[in-house]
Design a protein around this ligand. Structure first.
Ligand code: MG
Ligand code: ZN
Length: 367
C-alpha cells in the first residue's frame, strides 16, 4: 500500500509539472503571437491590381528595364483564371468584383453577384475586423476596379451612385484618385465632398502638404482620370506612401492600389504609354515591398483583373534580335493573369487558381 501511495504521489508531481510546463508553453506561444511584428502573423494586407496586366505586359517592362523589376522579388507566383459569369472575357467590373468579393458576376456589375444581390468585399470584411482600409488609383475613384471594393451597383457606368456609396460607407478610411466631378458636379447638385467633410473626412485636391494623421483622407486630384504617367509623374507611388502612413496602426489595414492605366494604354495600343504605366506600377510595388520588409506582419499580393490588348512580343524580322509590342485587339483577352505573393502564407497563391479564390486565400491567412 505504502509503495502505491509513493507511486501515486510521484505521478501527481509529474502530472502537475507537465501541466505547469504546458501552461508555460501556451503563455509563451500567446505572447509571441501577440508580437505585432511577428512575421508569422498578417495584420496588413496590400493588394495591388494591374488593370489589363498579364505576362506580356510584365515581359515588356522587363525588356526595357536594366535592373531587376519588383516582380522578380516575389518568392511565390501563380496563375489566375479571369472569366466572368456572363462572358469568357471579363470586363473590369466583373473582374474587380470577383477579386473583391469572391463572386463571379456579369460583366458591368459592381459588388453584386449575378442575381444582383449585393455581396461584401474583402475591404468591408477587413473593416469589420477593426482594420483601417483604403483604395489608391490613377483612374476615377469611382471607376470599376476601386468601385468593386465599396459600391454595389447594377452598372459600372452609374458613377454618381457609386460616388454616393463611397460617401455613405463607414468602412473606408482613405480614398485617393480622380473622378472628382462624380462627387461635386452632380446631376442632383449635392456636393458629396462637403458631405464627407462634415462627416470627418479631410479633403485635398493634390498630394501636396497632406496631413497623414487625418482620421479619414479623401484626395480627389482630378475631375476625370488622372493624366497618363508622362503628365502626372509619381502620383501613384507618392499616393501609396501617403496611404501607408495614414493606414498604419496596431490593428492593421487593408489597402488596394491599382495601376489603372495599364489597361488604358493597351486599349489605345500605345506601347510608350504602356511601358510608362508599367514602370510606374513597378515603382509603386517597390514602395510596398519596402514597407513590407520593415513591417513583417504584411502580406503583399499583386495580380490583375484581366489582360488587355492581346499583347504579344514579336520578332518582326525573324532574326532573334529586335522585339516589337504587337497589340492584337483593342479589347480585353481571356489570357490568364499572374499573381505574385510576399509575406506569411504567400505559398497559398501558387498553382492555377480562379479570381474568386483570392479573397478566400487572404481570409484564410488573416483568419
Ligand atoms: Mg481599373
Ligand atoms: Zn479595359
Amino acid at each position: 500500500m505504502l509503495i502505491n501511495h509513493k507511486f501515486a504521489l510521484k505521478l501527481f508531481i509529474m502530472k502537475t509539472t507537465l501541466k505547469l510546463l504546458s501552461l508555460f508553453l501556451v503563455i509563451a506561444f500567446i505572447s509571441t503571437s501577440c508580437n505585432k511584428d511577428d512575421k508569422n502573423k498578417v495584420d496588413n494586407i496590400i493588394l495591388l491590381i494591374g488593370d489589363g496586366m498579364s505576362i506580356p505586359q510584365i515581359n515588356a517592362l522587363m525588356l526595357t528595364c536594366d535592373t531587376t523589376t519588383a516582380f522578380d522579388k516575389f518568392p511565390v507566383t501563380g496563375l489566375v483564371k479571369t472569366n466572368s459569369k456572363s462572358n469568357k472575357i471579363t470586363d473590369s467590373a466583373a473582374g474587380g468584383t470577383a477579386i473583391a468579393t469572391g463572386h463571379k458576376t456579369n460583366n458591368g456589375m459592381i459588388g453584386m453577384n449575378y442575381d444582383s444581390i449585393a455581396v461584401p468585399s474583402i475591404l468591408e470584411i477587413m473593416s469589420d475586423k477593426g482594420k483601417k482600409t483604403g483604395v489608391v488609383v490613377t483612374s476615377y475613384a469611382t471607376h470599376a476596379t476601386p468601385a468593386s471594393f465599396i459600391a454595389k451597383n447594377i452598372s459600372r457606368n452609374n458613377y454618381e451612385e457609386i460616388a454616393s456609396d463611397f460617401s455613405e460607407s463607414d468602412k473606408i478610411d482613405v480614398v485617393i484618385g480622380g473622378g472628382r466631378k462624380h462627387f461635386n458636379k452632380r446631376s442632383d447638385n449635392i456636393n458629396l465632398i462637403e458631405t464627407m467633410q462634415s462627416n470627418g473626412w479631410r479633403y485635398y485636391d493634390t498630394l501636396i502638404n497632406i496631413d497623414t494623421s487625418a482620421d479619414k483622407l479623401l484626395i480627389l486630384a482630378d475631375d476625370n482620370h488622372l493624366p497618363p504617367y508622362s503628365q502626372r509623374g509619381d502620383f501613384l507611388p507618392d499616393a501609396t506612401s501617403i496611404a501607408l502612413k495614414n493606414l498604419k496602426n496596431e490593428n492593421g489595414f487593408f489597402l488596394m492600389i491599382e495601376g489603372s492605366q495599364i489597361d488604358f494604354a493597351c486599349h489605345a495600343k500605345d506601347s510608350t504609354y504602356l511601358i510608362n504605366e508599367m514602370k510606374d506600377f513597378n515603382n509603386t510595388i517597390n514602395v510596398v515591398l519596402d514597407f513590407a520588409r520593415n513591417n513583417p506582419n504584411t502580406l503583399v499580393v499583386v495580380t490583375a483583373d484581366h489582360e488587355t490588348g492581346g499583347l504579344t512580343i514579336i520578332d518582326p524580322d525573324e532574326r532573334y534580335t529586335n522585339t516589337y509590342l504587337n497589340f492584337s485587339t483593342g479589347s480585353h483577352s481571356p489570357l490568364m493573369v499572374p499573381v505574385f505573393a510576399y509575406g506569411h502564407g504567400a505559398e497559398n497563391f501558387s498553382g492555377i487558381i480562379d479570381n474568386t479564390d483570392i479573397i478566400d486565400i487572404i481570409l484564410d491567412i488573416v483568419k
